[in-house]
Design a protein around this ligand. Structure first.
Ligand code: 13P
Length: 260
């Protein structure tokens, strides 16, 4: 049985260390010592150290929002796996659509970053998802196949089992539009079937596949209740502790009642 992972991707928010610490504190206090769902927070790089201090003694994981594939050297502006581990990170988001589409990140680069994360023993959260035009052109499966094949190239089954995938349809990110539970479940089942073909059924059964895109307290129970949806990567609703805690609570409810 896979444990749900609810992660908050703060993106380029908030704008002060004080606000970042307060948000982390709010989530920490609300969650307490509960481990029935896994929780992680992904603040901007500059707040990682502070948030790590705030989260001390809590089961909440600390995620970076990106990683560079080289461990060190002349790469101005980049941050490496060993550096992330040094400041307390446990997870790292890789290939978010805002990086793929906004910064031109390729599947080959995502693959290099994924391998760097695994080498540093960070849990990678690899994002995939189609744009609105791709969905309308009925190219969703084709696009996901290309992203999965390119991003996970060269991984062993054991390595793949430790990767978290986040299916984030680009058209649902920050738009208030959410994939229906049926739409999301269909894509998640497709992703799991691809994992099964490539890495085997036992590995596919272990991979946590999150959904992301306008997840809120009022749609979380339905989405998280789907058999192949193993958590949420939350943007906007992770910026207020109460909103994020309500999504975590939804995950706890789903976990307590068990999935079909
Ligand atoms: P929203 O929850 O704001 O739609 O963002 C989703 C996302 O991109 C998380 O990585």
């Amino acid at each position: 049985m896979r444990t749900l992972l609810i992660a908050g991707n703060w993106k380029l928010n908030p704008t002060s260390t004080e606000a970042a610490a307060a948000l982390a504190e709010g989530v920490k206090n609300g969650l307490g010592s509960a481990t029935d769902v896994h929780v992680a927070l992904a603040p901007p790089f500059v707040f990682l150290t502070k948030v790590d201090q705030v989260l001390e003694g809590s089961p909440i994981g600390l995620a970076a929002q990106d990683i560079y594939w080289e461990p060190n050297g002349a790469f101005t502006g980049e941050i490496s796996g060993p550096m992330l581990v040094d400041v307390g990170c446990t997870h790292v988001i890789i290939g978010h659509s805002e990086r793929r589409h906004g910064m031109g990140e390729t599947n080959a680069q995502v693959n290099a970053k994924l391998k760097a994360a695994l080498a540093a023993k960070l849990i990678p959260i690899v994002c995939i998802g189609e744009t609105k035009d791709e969905r309308l052109a009925e190219k969703t499966e084709e696009v996901l196949l290309e992203q999965l094949t390119g991003s996970l190239a060269g991984l062993s089954a054991e390595e793949a089992a430790g990767v978290v995938l986040a299916y984030e349809p680009v058209w649902a990110i920050g738009t208030g539009l959410t994939a229906t539970p049926e739409q999301a479940q269909a894509v998640h089942a497709h992703i799991r079937s691809w994992l099964s073909q490539v890495f085997g059924e036992a590995t596919a059964a272990r991979v946590v596949v999150q959904y992301g895109g306008s997840v809120k307290a009022d749609n979380a129970v339905q989405l998280l209740g789907c058999p192949d949806i193993d958590g949420a990567l939350v943007g906007g609703a992770s910026l207020k502790a109460a909103d994020f805690l309500a999504i975590i609570k939804a995950g706890q409810e789903v976990t307590a009642r068990g999935k079909s």
